[in-house]
Design a binder for this molecule. Structure first.
Ligand code: GCU
Ligand code: CA
Length: 724
């Protein structure tokens, strides 16, 4: 594959210019960063990539013989659709018009020049995917160089003579330009014939297509088609595909090798079989379940689509190891689909807990609901050595953590910018998922409440772009290092840490001397009361070359000005594209860590009727506060739960027990057992009484649950009150 770095980056710059222009001018002639035609792909998690053609083993050289083997072998479109469903894929990319597979066109084409079939395989696949709510995307090659591959000398897969007669002039299909003309005509034919096609997946580019405005014509004729490009970030393309790389550590963390920044629609294409070609060569390679589940989840945790390549045989069926994997993945993903589907990657521009390298050797990603930012998921792909998991909370006040598969409550605490889950066991083999409920972000100075300036900025990318709360704009250091960014809070205010979203447009896994990470390495932080006198640094250190949000903790203090000095980035001088380059989408200052908010006023009341009452909310026994009380079901295990209870403090429960025996109930705080309350009789159901317990409530929001340990259920519960 050609990799056009210079071109890629140039094109990407152009994409951003287009994106920035989008807000002001709704109709842009070229590609759009975000467009409704992309909605289907954006809502997708995965695709099934099929290299399947005339040279699929056993290789055919006769078009008709290949077609009859396909049909007689029992090929059906529904087989692929069903297998794609098992992978929880929403689209199928069909790579038959492929340079290494004989350039066959699996539809009845009117254009001579290479193999085409009389049966309409493409049409059948489009219809089958449509029926299943999926899409078919057609792969197109730009490349004639394999025109004689695998043939006796003097033979070609391409018929220049036939095409020349059809075109009315002499065309040599084995040249890039000639092939460009032939394939161009095929694009037009496919557009005419298949309005329900999802779009094209284009392998690199061909100058003939560009000089004939092919993409603009596709936009005009089929505004619903999406365009994807392999390996190059061409602005008119909706989606950029990052082709399989290996060598990351952990091996599943493919996003380390990705060089396109969200919100660009980004895909990672990789082979499911462990070894061999992208297409079926007659072997039944094994599939590494851990590696591929890890890739799928790690990609989801970075808002990257997983385009999984399977090697279909001539009859369309997959070799047995791939069939087994598909069956396994179906069951596996079914269990955790709610933590993947409808989410964005967490710790990037959509907010969310920090992904990546966590404590005690653990690693994983986070996802955040597209519709509710207080609903997040931690995916532990490599578990920690102990029973504790700690990750940066990114300012979110956590109110509840549960094991996503079992629903069991998980104990947690928050301090110093981190969320700690405790007492963990029963890890899943591949992805242990914790569901995290939050109560918004706290302790962060909002965009607009501070200004930023820089010692150097590229034109059009001033420091203010990093303080505007928009990921569409960024500050660019104009390849200047050291460089400093100064934050001005307007007056002296409390500062605890700074947060950074760097542009994700370079790899973080440095694979070669020319493809490296343009992320902050060595830094110093200064503070100043007047913006003139800075003294010595209050802290200094090294940030890791990792994707996602990063934090620099400061010795907390009141100050008006904060200065971040970046002394070096991760790219070596051998990478002329990234050397000394730094781009920051957003940066902010934290006034205080989440979970350390000021304690609530004494006597803050949380009515039982606003919590979760396993029973009924009643109002038939006078003397209650609020609108009622919780009458739990008369059974062991019935409960009342309050969430968002601000600590620290002591808790008091208001209850009535009109019977003559105790109604004991077990208390949990944030999922951890905190003793049992007796709830002795109170003379009548109208005699409301206090039961006080001394339990450690974490600073910030807590979840408390009272669960009956007797068959009568809990007493009637009116409210709980916290005294700091
Ligand atoms: C009675 C009473 C309820 C109470 C129930 C119980 O039905 O009216 O308010 O919850 O007893 O025994 O729990
Ligand atoms: Ca009851």
């Amino acid at each position: 594959m050609r990799t056009g770095w210079g071109k890629r980056l140039l094109a990407y710059g152009a994409a951003l210019v287009v994106a920035a222009g989008l807000a002001a001018t709704p109709s842009v002639a070229h590609g759009e960063l975000q467009d409704p035609r992309q909605d289907f792909l954006r809502a997708s998690q995965a695709g099934l990539f099929l290299h399947w053609g005339e040279r699929t083993a056993p290789a055919h050289t006769d078009c008709g013989a290949w077609e009859s083997d396909v049909t007689e072998g029992g090929w059906t479109a529904d087989y692929w659709v069903n297998e794609a469903k098992k992978l929880h894929a929403q689209y199928i990319v069909l790579a038959t018009f492929h340079s290494r597979l004989g350039y066959a066109r699996p539809w009845p084409s009117k254009i001579p020049g290479s193999c085409h079939t009389s049966r309409d395989f493409l049409g059948e696949l489009i219809a089958a995917t449509k029926k299943a709510g999926m899409r078919t995307i057609l792969y197109m090659t730009d490349d004639p160089q394999w025109n004689a591959d695998g043939l006796p000398s003097g033979k070609s897969w391409l018929d220049s003579k036939g095409f020349s007669t059809y075109a009315g002039h002499t065309v040599n299909l084995t040249t890039r330009d000639g092939f460009g003309e032939f394939s161009y005509d095929n694009f037009l034919e496919v557009m005419d014939k298949y309005p329900d096609l999802g779009g094209f997946w284009i392998d690199n580019d061909n100058d003939y297509w560009l000089s004939h405005n092919l993409y603009e014509q596709i936009r005009a004729k089929r505004p619903n088609y999406t365009l994807s490009n392999n390996n190059e970030d061409t602005p008119i393309m909706d989606m950029v595909s990052n082709e399989q790389k290996t060598g990351m550590s952990p091996a599943y963390d493919y996003p380390q090798a990705v060089w396109t920044a969200a919100p660009r629609l980004v895909e990672a294409d990789y082979k499911l079989p462990d070894t061999g070609a992208w297409w079926y060569t007659g072997t039944d390679s094994t599939v590494d379940a851990g590696l591929n589940v890890g890739r799928y989840i790690a990609n989801a945790g970075s808002s990257i689509k997983s385009l999984m390549d399977e090697t279909a045989m001539v009859n369309g069926k997959f070799p047995s190891h791939q069939v087994d994997y598909n069956n396994f993945l179906k069951g596996y993903l079914d269990q955790i689909w709610g933590s993947v589907n409808g989410t964005e990657g967490g710790g990037y521009l959509n907010g969310g807990l920090q992904p990546g390298f966590w404590n005690d050797g653990s690693h994983g990603v986070t996802t955040i609901s597209k519709t509710n930012p207080d609903q997040q998921f931690i995916h532990v792909l490599t578990k920690p050595s102990g029973s504790t998991l700690r990750l940066r909370d990114n300012g979110y006040q956590v109110t509840k953590v549960t094991n996503f598969r079992t629903g069991a409550a998980v104990g947690f605490s928050q301090a110093n910018g981190s969320l700690t889950l405790t007492g963990l066991s029963g890890w899943d083999k591949y992805d242990t998922v914790f569901q995290v409920e939050t109560h918004g972000r706290t302790g962060i100075y909002p965009a607009g409440s501070y200004t930023m300036s820089a010692s150097a900025s590229a034109s059009g990318h001033p420091a203010s772009a990093a303080a505007d709360g928009s990921y569409l704009t960024y500050w660019d250091n104009k390849k200047t290092l050291p460089v400093s960014l100064t934050y001005d809070l307007g007056s002296a205010k409390h500062v605890q840490y700074l947060g950074l979203n760097q542009r994700e447009d370079s790899v973080s896994y440095a694979r070669s001397s020319t493809e490296q990470s343009a992320r902050i390495r060595d830094y110093k932080v200064y503070v100043s009361a007047n913006g003139t006198d800075w003294g010595s640094p209050v802290t200094s250190g090294t940030l890791p070359s990792h994707r996602g949000v990063q934090f620099i903790d400061l010795p907390a203090r009141d100050t008006r000005y904060v200065r971040l000095e970046v002394d070096s980035t991760w790219a070596a001088s051998s990478d002329s594209t990234h050397y000394k380059l730094l781009r920051i989408d957003d940066s902010w200052l934290g006034s205080a860590y989440a979970g350390s908010a000021t304690p609530p006023p004494p006597g803050t009341r949380y009515e039982a009727e606003t919590g979760t009452c396993q029973g009924t909310v009643d109002s038939d026994h006078a003397g209650f506060s609020g609108t009622g009380f919780c009458n739990t079901t008369n059974a062991t295990g019935s409960y009342v739960e309050w969430s968002g209870v601000q600590g620290p403090g002591t808790v008091k429960f208001r209850y009535a027990n009109g019977t003559t025996t105790d109604r004991p109930a077990a208390l949990t705080v944030n999922g951890t057992a905190a003793g049992t309350l007796a709830f002795a009789p109170t003379a009548s159901w109208e005699a409301w009484t206090d039961a006080t317990v001394t339990v450690p409530l974490a600073a910030g929001p807590n979840t408390l649950r009272l669960t009956s340990t007797n068959t009568g259920g809990t007493p009637n519960l009116d409210y709980l009150e916290v005294t700091p």
